[in-house]
Design a protein around this ligand. Structure first.
Ligand SMILES: [Zn+2]
Length: 341
């Protein structure tokens, strides 16, 4: 049952703290959870909502059995409403008014009503102002839970009326322990950096990797290093590498960016701490590459890559392979031009 799910180790202390605050009668009526995507903000918010709506609240959370809990778990509780954006479009004032009206009604069941706003950063200005009025005069039994990647996305006036709880990315140790509990293997710390320690993305990636150990899906980082290696040694490989990147341009250009970035770091400090770098496994190759390119060329290529990426975002599929090929030609030329040094 959804509301009896065990929370991850970086969420459960937050949930326990909020529960305690509620039990002491001090929980704010508007909560804001911020943190990167993939940390479980929605899961945490759902657990809080389930608890607020449960008619047989336990010391450690919702009971999971009462009528309210059962309705909640199948997404059918009349005192619970989720407001989210469709296709990243702005959330308008009418949608906000509709949920505010719901909050002004008496609860159908139990004591509380809860509104969860999933994409707070996408509230239109008018919608945010309408919401602000409700936050200024909170109803005794209504709760609003807002989710956003960062609090900078919110109007300061809105921010000043909510209890802000930031969800931090788990550290390596916590993450490795949790991934181990999920029965996924981590080959090296670089993969953690590749996903910026984001647990849910890492889990999905590592599970897919593990499920397809037959070789159907390989480590994307190794494919990128190999692609670059082939391209620098053999001109005809440029098109293969370009086709490879074009299939997943966002992720693979990011990986290519990390290669250039790590080469830059190596240039600055060849003896630096490197075990947990994304490409630690490719260190011998990187040492060789470092001797073939200057720091200023690497800086130039990083800028060029970021520019290509933003152009790709604007232009969608149009000419994307052409843009990627021209970036790769520049990379090839910069390495070649520096070969003498
Ligand atoms: Zn219950």
């Amino acid at each position: 049952m959804q509301n009896k799910e065990v929370l991850t180790p970086w969420l459960s202390p937050i949930f326990e703290k909020l529960l305690k605050t509620y039990q002491q009668g001090r929980l704010a009526h508007a909560l804001l959870f911020t943190g990167n995507e993939g940390l479980g903000k929605f899961k945490l918010a759902s657990q809080c909502a389930a608890y607020l709506l449960c008619s047989n609240k336990q010391y450690i959370g919702a009971c999971g059995h009462c009528h309210a809990c059962q309705l909640f778990s199948v997404g059918n509780h009349l005192d619970f409403h989720i407001l989210k954006s469709e296709n990243k479009k702005a959330i308008g004032i009418d949608e906000v008014r509709a949920v505010i009206n719901m909050l002004n009604e008496r609860p159908h069941l139990g004591d509380n009503k809860v509104v969860l706003i999933k994409d707070t950063s996408l509230l239109s200005k008018a919608a945010a102002n309408a919401l602000l009025k409700t936050l200024e005069e909170p109803q005794g039994n209504s709760y609003i839970i807002l989710l956003a990647d960062t609090h900078h996305q919110l109007m300061p006036t809105l921010l000043s009326r909510v209890l802000h709880q930031q969800i931090h990315t788990p550290d390596d140790q916590q993450l490795l322990h949790w991934l181990d509990e999920q029965n996924v293997q981590v080959s090296d710390l670089g993969v953690l950096r590749q996903f910026q320690n984001c647990p849910l993305s890492l889990l999905t990636y590592l599970q897919a990797l593990q499920a397809l150990q037959s070789g159907l899906l390989s480590d994307e980082r190794r494919d990128c290093v190999e692609g670059l290696f082939n391209m620098l040694g053999n001109p005809s490989s440029l098109f293969d590498f370009s086709a490879f990147i074009s299939k997943e341009p966002s992720m693979r250009l990011q990986l290519l960016f990390f290669i250039l970035h790590e080469l830059q770091k190596l240039k600055l400090n060849s003896k630096g701490c490197y075990e947990d770098a994304i490409y630690a496994f490719a260190r011998p190759q990187f040492d060789i590459w470092c001797t073939h390119i200057s720091a200023s060329s690497l800086r130039y290529l990083c800028r060029k890559l970021l520019k290509t990426r933003s152009l790709l975002r604007e232009q969608k599929a149009l000419k994307s392979e052409l843009l990627i090929s021209s970036l790769l030609i520049e990379i090839k030329n910069e390495f070649k031009g520096n070969r003498a040094c």
